[in-house]
Design a protein around this ligand. Structure first.
Ligand code: ATP
Length: 334
């Protein structure tokens, strides 16, 4: 039956299929075959900020599972604007992969809002026989979307609540990939990323943002309430507020202080995100850890000319992409 299914289907011959089989789109090839129902199957790529979730999801979607569409699960990136400051994946980096809930909204999202909007997108993607990839670092959104017993008033990531309050029952059939990078290596990369973001337009983007929308104490302060919480916004607001009446030396000092704060807040964000991921794991969520440390270490060495870029790509492929492909393939065939 499996061998001849494509042929028979193309001739429109109808079979009575057993319950666990159906006509399905093979996620890897895009061809329709007879196979296990893909109903409610989703892939979730988790990890701290900067750990390579977007890069991995694009590799999976473009090279191995071309029927995928990505749903963003970063609470700040849901909002329109400040694309550099919030680190949104650029159009060219998306490589044609459809992205949902990325820079689509002007208002702030709660985990309940996300649960409702993202589950509609999942239904839509699945109804078109495609595979939803949930990608992003907001664990409260991921939990809100996936847990079967979601209570908006209960913060399962509050340290004073026991781990038992985390629901193990999920609304979907999920495959979780946790992209992890050892803390000292990740921190080194995050600090460098802040410098690069500043050089590539974050400063100008924020200068324009405050010119157009005012500082938090102003009448227009409620505009873009979600974006105002993004790392980089409050720190640079303090700088821009003081900057006009300063000497050059003071400006330099204020700028360095703001950058230092952004780095420290980013480091703390990554630490909190990893803690939340570990909590979900401890509660029994089946998160499959993929270690990207070696690829990150190598990537940072290319800049000193110590390792060629092709070697970094090979390490990423071997250590991160291939293990992830294996995990997703076995999940889809299950
Ligand atoms: P919580 O609900 O406790 O805020 P969470 O898991 O929903 O946690 P995180 O994604 O960890 O959300 O974000 C926590 C905070 O980190 C945000 O409120 C924001 O200050 C900052 N942050 C998160 N993502 C970004 C981003 N892409 N750009 C800038 N800042 C971010």
């Amino acid at each position: 039956l499996l061998q001849h299914s494509s042929y028979n289907h193309s001739k429109n011959v109808k079979f009575f299929l057993p319950n666990h089989l159906t006509w399905v789109r093979n996620m890897a090839t895009g061809r329709t075959v007879v196979g296990p129902t893909n109903k409610n199957k989703i892939v979730v790529v988790m990890g701290a900020t900067g750990s390579g979730k977007s890069k991995l999801s694009i590799d999976l979607a473009t090279r191995y599972f071309p029927n995928s569409e990505i749903i963003n699960s970063d609470k700040i990136q849901v909002s329109k604007g400040l694309d550099i400051t919030t680190n949104k994946i650029s159009m060219s980096e998306r490589r044609g992969v459809v992205h949902h809930l990325l820079g689509e909204f002007s208002s702030e999202f709660s985990p309940s809002d996300y649960r409702s909007v993202a589950s509609d997108r999942i239904s839509d993607i699945i109804s078109r026989n495609k595979l939803p990839l949930i990608v992003g670092g907001s664990n409260s959104f991921i939990y809100g979307l996936l847990s079967n017993r979601f209570e908006p008033v209960l913060d399962v990531f509050d340290k004073s609540n026991p781990v038992q309050c985390v629901s193990k029952e999920l609304r979907y059939n999920c495959c979780f990939i946790w992209v992890d990078v050892l803390t000292p290596v990740l921190n080194q990369y995050l600090y460098k990323r802040v410098d690069e973001m500043m050089k590539s337009g974050m400063y100008e983007e924020l200068e324009e943002f405050f010119e157009e929308n005012g500082f938090s104490g102003s009448n227009s302060a409620s505009r873009h309430s979600g974006l105002r919480k993004a790392i980089g916004v409050p720190e640079m607001e303090r700088y821009f507020e003081k900057y006009k009446n300063c000497t050059v030396e003071e400006k330099c000092r204020l700028y360095e202080e703001a950058v230092r704060e952004i780095k420290e807040n980013t480091r703390q964000l990554a630490e909190k995100q990893i803690w939340k991921i570990q909590r979900l794991r401890e509660a029994g969520w089946d998160l499959q850890r993929v270690d990207a440390t070696e690829a990150f270490t190598a990537a940072m060495m290319t800049e000193n000319g110590k390792i060629p870029a092709t070697e970094v790509a090979a390490i990423w492929e071997k250590q991160v992409v291939q293990p992830s492909v294996k995990i997703v393939k076995s999940f889809l065939l299950d």
